[in-house]
Design a protein around this ligand. Structure first.
Ligand code: WT7
Length: 654
């Protein structure tokens, strides 16, 4: 039995335009050749583009599955993201162009960041934070989030950002696991016009998080929500950010950190089990994110880069804060929802700030498609020159829509595959070089090495299999905080006797050009009559139907076939569910990719259960399809979605 069958074929190919190629940073394969000749030398050269206080002498020490990069070298991340630019002509360049959901806005230049970060670093010191201590950050998407991260980096404290949408319980567990000394939060943040009561959540979390001795509270809107009902300040423990900053000195010399000192911990929930504290270190991480930001997004001095992710996710760490700032880039940061107050908000922001490079998730793109073209049509998007996606496989239908409606047929699309664990983008087109294909992340970037294997570690040339990374890379996770055994178990035991192979948990296929097509988590793979089918292919076929906005499929036990396919479908505005449409969709899939993939069940739903980062929780859909009681729903963005789906499914079954 093959490890993954492939059903869908997509042959369209989009080479970069002459115009784009002409101005691109990378237009030939020289970087690939350099990295293939000697990948350590390749990364050492990129590490040397950073500023080191003590140069490194050893590039890589690889004792599988543990790597050390640039060990012995010393540097400071905040110096590389800020001081370097303040010394030169970028001193007054905008670093962060921020917009709040209610419409308030702020621009911080590199000079502003230089002062604010050092002041806040001194604040942290005054609260007793020392090198190596952990600091929790639980904030809305406001500039203080980046300032707090960089201030930690300045003094060698380890930050652990917890997404502001997480519950008090999630925050508590993460603070306890990291044994954080200080927590930084806000009286509130805005989401769809509502105030999220972060401080109240934090108070609840801290009832049972004894290591946290101090709480710093940002007043999100002076004179606004900063009243008693949103923030009750506890004497001795809680401090207003702005009060502490008033008396803080604006000079804080940077700590000289070893390349292998921990920069941050970021918890990923995964689909099951206790969250894993993914550990990233200083020199390798910054080298990886600085280089990939520059090459993948083709960044030039006058670009305005908008990565729509929250700092609570790795995408926010690597491509909203560290990667762009390490390149002296101007970034846009937006606090709120894409449909507030109206469904044109993202396009309004793109027009207003002249965004030239835009990076978002497929789940957002499918929502934009569902809402319709009239919203982007209201705005001048002609400054956009490059688009990116991350987080999930993008179905060709959404890719083409993004290309036409947002990119005006002129912007290349970089479909970037990576993970919290990889720290930086691993598989992606280079926009001036690669002929992209809708739905394919194409090939590993220079300096990264991926392949497809079967379960015996045999290489698969063309076809489906398990994705593997075959060599270490500078921005790879170093361990799981407090649980190195779990690190080894989770990522390096997929292939017996090959502790050097990293298993990301994804299935993929490879085409004749050697391009990779990510098929989703192998835990989600369907097994119908001995055929292993990636969820992504069936979902992609469904979404090609004009009525379908989004689809999720899961396997359901079947006495003959092993599994049958259950599809959960949301419709585009203007379409209505009916038994006829259900049959039409089943046949549509059978025609597109074969009878083997025809769903037995199709359930229409107004929404799909998603994590707060927008990933569909197929585990819960499996529970519904199998008629089981629902597993853990605490990481869902909206738990009511799954409850109503379950009721509906049971009603239709009976
Ligand atoms: C998983 C990692 C990396 C930042 C956001 C998610 C899936 C990610 C793609 C892509 C297909 C993708 C994979 C991966 N994924 N990017 N371009 N095409 N799948 O980070 O939460 O750590 O999730 O997201 O399954 O393993 P994360």
């Amino acid at each position: 039995m093959s490890d993954l069958d492939t059903l869908l074929t997509e042959n369209r190919s989009f080479p970069p335009s002459e115009h784009f190629r002409h101005q691109a940073l990378v237009r030939d394969d020289a970087l690939h050749r350099e990295a293939e000749r000697d990948y350590e030398a390749f990364w050492a050269r990129h590490a040397r583009e950073l500023e080191w206080m003590v140069p490194f002498t050893d590039t890589l020490d690889w004792t599988p599955p543990h790597a050390r990069w640039f060990h012995g070298g010393r540097l400071n991340v905040s110096v590389n993201c800020i001081d370097r630019w303040v010394r030169g002509p970028h001193r007054n360049k905008a670093a962060i162009v921020w917009e709040g959901e209610p419409g308030d806005s702020r621009v911080l230049t590199y000079w502003d960041l230089y002062r604010e970060v050092q002041k806040f670093a001194n604040v942290l010191k005054s609260l007793g934070v020392r090198r190596g201590d952990r600091v929790g950050i639980y904030l809305p998407l406001i500039p203080e989030a980046a300032i707090a991260m960089l201030a930690c980096a300045r003094i060698g404290a380890i930050h652990s950002v917890v997404f502001g949408g997480f519950s008090p319980e999630s925050l508590r567990d993460r603070m306890n696991d990291a044994e954080a000394k200080v927590l930084i939060t806000a009286d509130g943040g805005y989401r769809r016009g509502q105030v999220t009561a972060l401080k109240r959540n934090a108070d609840k979390a801290l009832e049972d998080a004894p290591t946290v001795k101090h709480v710093v509270v940002v007043q999100r809107r002076p004179g606004g929500m900063g009243d008693e009902s949103f923030a009750q300040m506890r004497e001795g423990r809680d401090h207003w950010w702005h009060r502490l900053m008033q008396s803080a000195k604006a000079e804080c010399p940077p700590e000289a950190m070893d390349a292998e000192d921990v920069l941050f911990i970021l918890y990923t929930s995964g689909t099951t089990g206790k969250p894993k504290g993914i550990v990233h270190t200083t020199g390798g991480y910054l080298t990886g994110v600085a280089a990939t930001t520059k090459y993948v997004f083709d960044l030039k001095d006058d670009d305005v880069f908008w990565c729509t992710a929250d700092v609570g996710w790795i995408t926010g760490h690597s491509y909203l804060v560290y990667g762009p700032l390490a390149n002296g880039t101007t970034c846009v940061m937006y606090e709120g929802a894409p449909d507030w107050p109206e469904r044109n908000r993202f396009w309004e922001i793109c027009e207003k700030y002249g965004v030239s490079v835009f990076y978002t998730a497929p789940t957002a793109i499918r929502a934009f498609m569902k809402w319709g073209e009239q919203h982007p049509a209201r705005h001048d998007l002609s400054r956009l020159r490059l688009l990116g996606t991350v987080g999930e496989p993008i179905n060709p239908e959404a890719w083409i829509w993004y290309h036409k409606v947002i990119g005006g047929l002129r912007c290349p699309i970089v479909d970037t595959w990576w993970q919290t664990e990889t720290g930086a983008i691993v598989i992606s087109p280079l926009p001036g070089l690669t002929s992209t294909k809708p739905g394919s992340a194409t090939q590993p970037l220079p300096g990264f090495f991926a392949t497809l294997l079967d379960s015996k570690a045999n290489e698969i040339g063309v076809g489906g299999g398990l994705l593997a990374l075959t060599r270490p890379w500078p921005s790879m996770l170093r361990t799981i905080w407090g649980d190195d055994d779990r690190y080894v178990q989770t990522y390096f035991t997929k292939w017996a006797d090959r502790p050097d192979l990293y298993f990301p948990g994804d299935g993929a296929k490879r085409d004749d050009d050697g391009f990779f097509w990510i098929m989703g988590r192998v835990d989600d793979v369907l097994n119908v009559a001995g055929h292993r089918i990636g969820t992504m292919e069936v979902e992609s076929a469904l979404v090609e139907h004009p009525a379908v906005a989004e689809a999720a499929v899961v396997g359901k036990s079947h006495e003959l076939k092993g599994q049958s396919i259950a599809a959960f479908v949301t419709l585009r505005d203007g379409y209505h569910q009916s038994p006829a449409l259900r049959d039409e969709l089943r046949e549509f899939v059978a025609e597109k990719i074969g009878a083997i993939a025809r769903p037995d069940d199709v359930l229409f739903s107004a929404d799909l259960p998603k994590t707060r980062s927008g990933k569909i929780m197929r585990r819960l859909l499996r529970d519904i399809a199998e008629g089981r009681t629902l597993g853990d729903t605490t990481t869902l963005a909206d738990p009511s979605v799954v409850a109503s789906l379950k009721d509906q499914y049971e009603a239709e079954e009976s």
